[in-house]
Design a protein around this ligand. Structure first.
Ligand SMILES: Nc1ncnc2c1ncn2[C@@H]1O[C@H](COP(=O)(O)OP(=O)(O)OP(=O)(O)O)[C@@H](O)[C@H]1O
Length: 235
């Protein structure tokens, strides 16, 4: 579904080689975790895979289409139609309700206003926030805020959900709940890519990638039994 071939990304006049010859393929239905030390290149890899950034060299194919020569407008269309994003800092609009935040995430889709509202209600319900849809997001807990962010990310029915440190601002109880939600989405067929510095989160991947000094490697280590069970026994 997503294929990188010898992708490089360097920042600031060759000073920092954030990604070096990254080559990997991600299949539909994978739950990929990307971990590694701070500054190793995890977010750079996620940003390139999510079309938020472009490589300096190398090839990136999405569903068999090479993206290197596509215009920014086309890349934006692909990103909004195929991808959803969740970030550590939630990035919700303060002073707006949970429902409005999810609806606003669909404003650039071709869905009309009434249907946007219906979908927003449904996805908020599906992440367990049905009773809080009219709450100002400033009044929500960290875990609830991240649920709104996940609802917003899945409202457009993406094929791939990208999560950059989705539990980085959460306590252990909320971390567990958000991880269960992400695993549920994966079980329902969504391809999920999670950047994390947390080894427990990394171990949940059906594919476990590690980045060190810009070099991406895949671990073949078997997942612990509890992680396999938690994800419904999928490999
Ligand atoms: N816009 C930028 N300009 C210059 N250097 C950058 C830029 N973005 C990232 N870098 C550098 O590229 C390297 C990889 O950064 P990246 O954010 O991908 O790492 P990371 O593994 O996600 O780190 P962290 O876990 O701390 O978020 C780091 O050395 C970082 O300082």
């Amino acid at each position: 579904m997503l294929r990188l071939h010898k992708v490089n990304r360097t920042y600031g006049h060759e000073q920092v080689r954030a990604l070096i010859d990254a080559t990997l393929s991600i299949q539909q239905g994978d739950l990929v975790t990307i971990s590694g030390p701070s500054g190793s290149g995890k977010s750079t890899l996620l940003n390139i895979l999510g079309l938020l950034d472009r490589p300096d060299s190398g090839a990136y194919e999405i569903l068999g289409v090479e993206t290197g020569n596509l215009s920014p407008v086309t890349l934006g269309d692909i990103r909004s139609q195929l991808f959803g994003f969740v970030f550590q800092a939630f990035h919700l609009i303060a002073g707006r309700t949970a429902l409005e935040n999810v609806e606003l995430g669909m404003v650039y889709s071709r869905v009309d206003r009434r249907r946007r509202r219906k979908i927003a209600r449904e996805v908020l319900d599906s992440v367990g926030l049905g009773a809080r849809i009219d709450a100002d997001t400033r009044t929500l807990s960290g875990g609830e805020k991240q649920r709104v962010a996940i609802a917003r990310a899945i409202a457009g029915s993406p094929r791939v959900l990208f999560c950059d440190e989705p539990t980085g601002n959460l306590d252990s109880v909320n971390t567990q709940r958000i991880l269960e939600l992400i695993q549920d989405l994966h079980r329902s067929g969504l391809t999920v890519i999670v950047v994390t510095h947390d080894p427990d989160v990394a171990s949940l991947g059906s594919r476990i990638l590690t980045v060190a000094d810009g070099v991406v490697t895949e671990s073949t280590a078997a997942r612990p039994a509890h992680a396999v069970l938690a994800s419904g026994g999928q490999r």
